[in-house]
Design a protein around this ligand. Structure first.
Ligand SMILES: Nc1ncnc2c1ncn2[C@@H]1O[C@H](COP(=O)(O)OP(=O)(O)OP(=O)(O)O)[C@@H](O)[C@H]1O
Length: 240
């Protein structure tokens, strides 16, 4: 599913958080919103999700205008740093959670839910932890389970907000390679927020560099490195 953001503006009081954002996120690619703290990345992601509404502008999913569509109807998977697993549910029940919430006519049978949970645990390479509880897992393992949970409902769009933000540098590096591999295997359109240029360059098919509520440049890692559009992009990517 391709995503088009057309002329999106957002203010909080007299502060402009997003200033005329126009971008297209291509089908099946992993696109990163990259920029310093406060530049509007999370606000834009929340507007794409339907967790927040723009003051003006449009959001299109495959040419369909979803600007006023509520989050539950956008078929999105979320993996957010602070969107923790349920402590009192075991891992299998955490992964199955989204499926158990589906309306009765769309909800798979118990056997099918179990089968899907097992497939997802295989996919994130943690088949052995189905009966464990979140506190028994490492931070990196918990984030892998968070991805399995996000994928359970077969979303058409995956949104990741600083998914590895709380992890130490070594695990972060391992997980970004892992995420890139899984993304290539599944080919699901994904948008990730990060302030870490090294992380963005390691995982992204395309990078959207943001600054003070505006888009400075959109391109592949190579394009940004070889042809930074301006001094901000060059500085932010440490190219000087
Ligand atoms: N609900 C809100 N009310 C008021 N101001 C807000 C609100 N949400 C965000 N802001 C402000 O809008 C700006 C952009 O915030 P946003 O969270 O989108 O930035 P960000 O680029 O994701 O930064 P970070 O990496 O620090 O999360 C910030 O200055 C923030 O304080």
């Amino acid at each position: 599913m391709s995503i088009e953001i057309r002329g999106v503006n957002k203010t909080f009081g007299d502060f402009t958080a997003l200033d005329n954002i126009n971008i297209t996120v291509p089908t099946g690619k992993l696109t990163t919103l990259l920029g310093p703290s406060g530049c509007g990345k999370t606000t834009l992601l929340r507007i794409i999700a339907g967790l927040e509404y723009a003051d003006s502008g449009q959001i299109l999913f495959d040419d369909l205008d979803v600007t006023n569509t509520p989050v539950q109807k956008r078929h999105i998977g979320f993996m957010f740093q602070h969107y923790a697993l349920f402590r009192h549910k075991n891992i299998a029940d955490n992964v199955a959670f989204g499926l158990t919430l589906l309306p009765k006519n769309k909800r798979p049978s118990k056997a099918d839910i179990n089968k899907r949970v097992n497939e997802l645990l295989e996919l994130v390479q943690l088949p052995q932890v189905a009966n464990a509880y979140p506190h028994q897992l490492s931070g990196g393992q918990r984030q892998r389970i968070a991805l399995a949970r996000a994928l359970a409902v077969k979303p058409k769009l995956l949104l990741l907000d600083e998914p590895f933000g709380a992890l130490d540098a070594k695990v972060r590096k391992e997980l970004r390679t892992w995420l890139k591999n899984i993304h290539h295997e599944l080919g699901i359109t994904s948008i990730m927020v990060t302030h870490d240029q090294e992380e963005a360059r390691a995982v992204s098919d395309e990078i959207v560099v943001m600054n003070q509520g505006r888009v400075e440049q959109v391109g592949t890692s190579e394009a940004l490195i070889h042809q930074p559009a301006n001094a901000f992009v060059s500085d932010f990517l440490d190219l000087a």
